[in-house]
Design a protein around this ligand. Structure first.
Ligand SMILES: Nc1ncnc2c1ncn2[C@@H]1O[C@H](COP(=O)(O)OP(=O)(O)OP(=O)(O)O)[C@@H](O)[C@H]1O
Ligand SMILES: [Mg+2]
Length: 394
């Protein structure tokens, strides 16, 4: 078995000695160094590259702050916190700081050895899993998750319907990791459309954002049976200032490192916290319906994107609820908007309403239906990276 290198960060000589003694006759644990302060700890980690760091909860006045810094900067290392009191609050803080284990001083030496050994094992398993994931991702292509934003400045055009079904199609077709984030913060209903009960929402996540890491993020996502992981919005409006553009950026960045596709269900308006969603979007699906009001609205929206220098080739115009023999034809929409349609999804009122009401995405409920086929085709184009060239000029 490999040697497990341990760094001890503790300013209490008695505790340090107890740790040293616990490892005395354990040949597979080696003490890389013992330091007393947070600064020394960060230096020593760089120098000695330990697998496990045992941090005294009161080091440099804030051992948990140090633990959290180590866990964030070196996610492959395990942090064990040494506390002096068994209190629920201490445990919670340690968990949020990213610790793998908490021991109370004075401790049973065998327990400390066991904890170090388990931390090491978990880290090994995690490394193996990451390698497997990396291999799987290589097969899929992009190493950074693609951000797919489903947007329209018009309400009720089918953004939520499209976002949920697109996410499910991508998960089923590619077998990759797909996240769906409901950014319609005031009235989000993606959870309803997927019939999942939001235990947590994006608001709970933002509340804990200072502890945000991959593990915490996973804990806030809800698994759908299609494989999609959902981050829901609240059913009731929350104070607008609670979620900022920086929060959203941080969440999406983290998601990009562990998901292949991140589908965003947007509200029907521009608003400041959503700015990163546009900056980070790899593709923006702009939804329009064949009604004069909707087409006018989307024309203004396209102009706003143009003025903001939003890359035109990222915009994919989707005509939803298209009626056979309707007054406004797909060609009319293209002419009015001077934009080629990326996809046309027919109107299918009863079936779509029933799928949304039941909370079963249409691509699962009726996969052979033409609306489902249209969305699955979009997913195929996204995953195969096919590029559609739009007409020049707005
Ligand atoms: N292809 C379609 N055919 C018929 N009805 C549809 C279609 N797509 C969506 N709808 C209907 O349009 C309504 C709005 O859909 P959805 O909630 O997805 O829109 P939205 O753009 O997300 O709305 P909001 O702006 O309120 O978030 C729903 O009642 C849904 O049943
Ligand atoms: Mg919606």
């Amino acid at each position: 078995m490999d040697m497990i290198k341990v760094l001890v960060v503790n300013d209490d000589p008695e505790e340090r000695e107890a740790i040293g003694e616990a490892f005395l006759n354990i040949e597979y644990i080696s003490l890389a160094a013992e330091v007393e302060t947070a600064d020394e700890a960060m230096e020593e980690i760089e120098k000695t590259d330990p697998a496990v760091v045992i941090v005294g909860a009161y080091v440099s006045g804030d051992g948990l702050g140090l633990a959290s810094k180590i866990a964030r900067s070196y996610p492959e290392k395990s942090v064990i916190i040494l506390e002096r009191e068994l209190r629920e609050e201490n445990m919670r803080r340690a968990i949020f700081a990213g610790a793998r284990d908490v021991l109370i001083y004075p401790f049973d030496p065998a327990k400390l050895v066991d904890s170090v050994y388990r931390c090491y094992q978990v880290a090994q398993e995690r490394r193996a899993e990451q390698q497997r994931e990396r291999k799987a991702r290589k097969k899929l292509g992009p190493s950074q998750g693609q951000v797919l934003t489903v947007f329209s400045t018009k309400g009720g055009v089918g953004k939520t319907f499209l976002a949920t079904n697109l996410a499910v199609s991508l998960a089923r077709q590619t077998g990759g990791r797909v996240a769906l984030v409901d950014l319609d913060l005031d009235f989000g209903n993606a959870a309803l459309a997927m019939n999942v009960i939001p235990r947590y929402t994006i608001f709970s996540l933002v509340d804990d954002i200072r502890y945000l890491d991959q593990d915490l993020l996973e804990g806030y996502l809800i698994s759908h049976d299609s494989g999609v992981k959902l981050l829901p919005a609240n059913a009731q409006p929350q104070p607008a200032e609670f979620i900022s553009a920086d929060h959203i950026k941080e969440i999406l960045r983290l998601m990009q490192s562990s998901f292949d596709y991140i589908v965003l269900d947007m509200p029907d308006r521009f608003y400041d916290p959503a700015d990163p969603v546009f900056q980070m979007a790899d593709q923006l699906f702009l939804v329009v319906t064949p009604e004069v009001a909707a087409v006018r609205n989307v024309k203004a929206c396209l102009l706003a994107f143009h003025e903001a220098n939003f890359p035109k080739d990222k915009i994919k115009l989707v005509l939803n609820k298209a009626e056979m023999g309707g007054e406004i034809k797909p060609r009319d929409v293209e002419t009015t908007l001077s934009y080629k349609l990326y996809s046309v999804l027919p109107a299918e009122h009863k079936l779509v309403a029933s799928s949304l009401n039941k909370g079963i995405p249409l691509v699962q409920m009726s996969p052979r239906h033409k609306v489902s086929r249209g969305i699955m085709e979009m997913a195929r184009r996204i995953s195969s990276g096919s590029i559609v060239h739009e007409k020049e000029g707005l």
